[in-house]
Design a protein around this ligand. Structure first.
Ligand code: GLN
Length: 477
């Protein structure tokens, strides 16, 4: 019993696999411990559905497989939760929206399938902001998830459920999605690791679309080694997603490298008045520490900083308004019952099914794509995105990493920011950069006694360099 408690609290997959192999624990017992933990944390509203019986029977099956000496998958022993935006055949998926009420996936998305193929147990689907739009998890039709470290605070979003699920030991690893920070920001608010790989590294087949040219599946865990293993399993070319990279899967990183890197940081970011001073001094401290350890840390000028959030919101709302046009009351989930003609079905279903934030974004997106404004907003934002990319390409010619805070502050109090959407959008300033450029980035947790809540240090690596990014993250921790 004690062993199980330590396993779910501090266990990395390696320890779990060792304990299973030596017969000290069974997978069924392990799944039961996670289920107990899920029960005990129910008030935090982490899961929208727990696959209890299914997870237990899968665990028994895998126990049998191990005991009979059959070859085991790489993720044998890994109990994983999936965000409510990932399709899993014959399971409901709703993207936290009433408009997908009761909708059952017709197929399993590639990432989830690859987890299952390597013997992972999927324990449930986690709560999130509606269609992954938000930074607090307060936009879910199931009500907000609360921060496990302080339930008066939000867990961040949109993958808030996923971050709390890991932080409160209800699973080993969570799979989320990151369009503009939705894996890294909640990881930062909850004191765990959150990583978004290079755009196209993980297939988006079976991920409900928000902004297709930004969306990327991301991984949340309490340790780097497990992120690396899961990334190895789910990354790689998939013919069902034409934007997936034709590269071999990322390799498994489990130890720090004894290498010295060139790290850039942006003084304007650190001097920004909106940045919590404790976060500022901690980042400065980290830069000094890295320099003392032989890394070369250099300040760089990034004059496009004020354009990141506007470009991100013009482009993602445009893509979202187009992606969400498919929810018409005919093809998926919720449909109004009291309408006489097709126009009215569309109108009533969408008015009733979408929440406030999603409607706001559909309206913004439709506006920036409309005939009279297309060039002024959409085309302009595309040009800004190009400039940002040029700048990043130039930076990565001379540097290996950019070091940034993940967020401007620690987790907000519930209700503190939700009614001020512009303020909420602006808070995404440090995370959207990686998505605008399609670069890999990770949030590394920092504990602060002074603030009494954690925050994240963010490292953004060059494209396709996830292995190196994870190796440096191991040194920094
Ligand atoms: N907070 C950002 C937004 O609302 C990021 C969301 C995400 O990454 N899915 O768009």
């Amino acid at each position: 019993m004690e062993e199980l408690v330590t396993m779910i609290k501090d266990g990395a997959l390696n320890d779990i696999q060792e304990a299973l192999q030596q017969g000290r624990i069974s997978l069924e017992e392990l799944v039961r411990s996670y289920l107990t933990q899920i029960e005990e944390t129910k008030s935090l509203n982490i899961y929208v559905e727990v696959f209890e019986q299914e997870a237990l029977s899968k665990a028994r099956q895998l126990d049998e497989k191990r005991r009979s000496g059959l070859p085991l998958g790489l993720l044998h022993g890994a109990v994983i939760s999936i965000k409510d935006v990932l399709c899993y055949q014959s399971h409901v998926v709703t993207a936290g929206s009433k408009i997908l009420d009761g909708f059952e996936s017709q197929f399993t998305g590639t990432a989830v399938q690859r987890l299952i193929d390597e013997d992972a147990v999927i324990i449930g689907r986690t709560n999130c902001d509606e269609f992954a739009m938000g930074s607090t998890n307060e936009n879910s039709c199931y009500g907000p998830t609360l921060n496990g470290l302080d339930p008066t605070r939000v867990p961040g979003g949109s993958s808030g459920g996923a971050a709390v699920a890991v932080e409160r030991d209800t699973c080993l690893v969570s799979i989320g999605s990151d369009t503009g920070g939705s894996v890294r920001q909640p990881a930062s608010f909850c004191g765990v690791y959150g990583m978004k790989p290079t755009y196209g590294r993980i297939s988006r087949y079976g991920l409900i679309a928000y902004g297709s040219s930004f969306d990327q599946i991301g991984i949340i865990s309490k340790n780097i080694a497990d992120i690396s293993k899961v990334l190895h399993v789910i990354s790689g070319r998939d013919e069902m997603d034409a934007t997936s990279l034709d590269l071999p899967p990322c390799s498994i990183v489990d130890r720090a490298e004894d290498k010295r890197y060139k790290i850039a940081y942006i003084p304007e970011v650190l001097e920004h008045e909106g940045l919590n001073p404790v976060i500022r001094s901690s980042i400065i401290g980290k830069i000094e520490e890295l320099s003392q350890n032989g890394h070369q840390c250099t300040p760089i000028h990034f004059d496009l900083l004020p354009y990141l959030v506007p470009a991100y919101y013009v482009l993602t709302t445009a893509e979202a308004s187009s992606n969400l046009s498919r929810y018409d009351g005919i093809r998926y989930g919720h449909s109004t019952t009291d309408s006489s003609d097709i126009e009215e079905i569309y109108e009533k279903t969408r008015s009733d099914g979408f929440g406030k934030e999603v409607k706001r974004r559909i309206m913004m997106g439709t506006f920036v794509l409309s005939v009279g404004y297309f060039d002024a907003y959409f085309t302009k934002a595309q040009k800004v995105r190009r400039l940002i990319n040029n700048k990043l390409e130039e930076i990565y010619k001379s540097f290996d990493y950019i070091l940034l805070p993940t967020t401007t502050d620690i987790a907000w109090e519930k209700g503190q920011i939700i009614d001020d959407p512009v303020k909420m959008y602006l808070s995404d300033i440090y995370t959207v950069l990686a998505n605008l450029g399609g670069y890999p980035a990770i949030s590394i947790p920092v504990r602060s006694d002074e603030l009494n809540m954690p925050f994240g240090i963010q490292l953004m690596g060059d494209k396709y360099q996830e292995d190196r990014l994870l190796a440096l993250s191991l040194t920094i921790t």
